[in-house]
Design a protein around this ligand. Structure first.
Ligand SMILES: [Zn+2]
Ligand SMILES: [Zn+2]
Length: 342
């Protein structure tokens, strides 16, 4: 079979590899689609904290080609989607119900990447985070599971009431998913981005107002101006991963408001917070990372209901050999996501 391996920044190679054989409890999936993701773009450009060469890709859906001993929930021929991680359920954090903090979080994508014709799914993921597709669900729709599970978790961790105004900063795939989930929860959403095309999709997701940050001097003020008496939004979500935007999000909430910092930044960066805002204005700032099986399950149910649709999120198809092209086009921002088809 063929798969993509990362050797150096901007140096991905298509390699021949043995089709994996499932061990006890494991499953091997023949991928039908793999979606591109901003994280893949970041790794492609800068590398990662894993020693290269390593596999790439974590958003795929396919058909089971082989099952290992002891697998009872799935059989060969099942159309499935597997999330890319699973917690241990045994460490201190898992026992506290904070599964995204698991000290032994299993991430499948570096060893068994999704940019591959076949992908091995470890037992822990098979048991906790793998799902059979209903007959009317497309593989593209199913492959949205991982990013959507993160957005569903993030939205659940954001405090706001029905009828509140929420600003989503950043309209990449995850930001757009946040917009949709906040709208479904009853918020009036203001969307901020620098791409007019992405802001159009934001409106389609239900955003009531959009702010093109290229057209305003002060993003926080521009958002405040869209709230009653300029008091600020009830909640702000950061889905970009830049400390400047974390700061802007903090500066656009009303007294008593809530800020969710979702976008991961480079290591070691700091964001100054006005102590007056934190103390006298009693704002809450919360970070979240990744997702948990509870929200992966919820996200799969929401995908079944077509809470979001692959038609809005997945644009052009590429062959595995053209993964670099698919990632470069994704990075340029003219698509929300691309997909590899086999
Ligand atoms: Zn992703
Ligand atoms: Zn754990």
């Amino acid at each position: 079979m063929k798969k993509i391996r990362f050797y150096n920044p901007e140096d991905l190679r298509v390699e021949d590899a043995e089709i994996p054989v499932p061990g006890p409890g494991e499953v091997v999936v023949r991928n039908v689609v793999t979606l591109t993701c901003g994280t893949d773009v970041k790794i492609f450009r800068r590398g990662y904290r894993v020693e290269p060469p390593f596999d790439m890709g974590h958003e795929a859906s396919g058909v089971i080609a082989a099952v290992g001993d002891g697998v009872t929930k799935f059989k060969v021929g099942d159309r499935v989607v597997a999330h890319n991680s699973a917690p241990c359920n045994e460490c201190y954090f898992c026992k506290k119900g904070q599964h995204s903090m698991c000290t032994d979080l299993l991430l499948n994508n570096f060893e068994n990447g999704a940019y591959a014709e076949y992908q091995k799914i470890p037992a822990r993921i098979v048991n906790q985070n793998m799902f059979k597709l209903p007959p009317d669900m497309s593989h593209k729709q199913a492959a949205l599971l991982e990013p959507f599970a993160c957005a569903v978790y993030g939205t659940a961790m954001t405090t706001f009431q029905q009828g509140d105004t929420v600003c989503v900063n950043g309209c990449g795939p995850i930001g757009l998913m946040f917009i949709r989930m906040c709208v479904l929860r009853g918020a009036r959403v203001i969307a901020c981005d620098l791409s007019a095309a992405r802001l159009e999709v934001a409106k389609k997701m239900g955003a009531a107002e959009t702010v093109n940050i290229k057209e305003v001097d002060d993003q926080a003020q521009a958002v405040r101006d869209l709230t009653e008496a300029g008091r600020g939004v009830d909640a702000a979500i950061e889905a970009v991963g830049l400390p400047e935007v974390w700061k802007i999000a903090i500066n656009m909430v009303r007294p008593g408001g809530f800020v969710l910092c979702f976008g991961g930044t480079k290591k070691g960066l700091e964001v100054p917070i006005d102590t007056t805002k934190l103390h006298y204005e009693q704002i809450t700032v919360r970070g979240v990372f990744h997702t948990t099986p509870h929200y992966v399950n919820a996200a799969f149910e929401l995908l079944k209901m077509n809470a979001i649709s692959a038609d809005d999120f997945v644009q052009n198809e590429y062959a595995l050999e053209d993964t670099e092209k698919a990632l470069i086009e994704h990075a340029a921002g003219c698509v929300i996501k691309n997909c590899i088809v086999y």
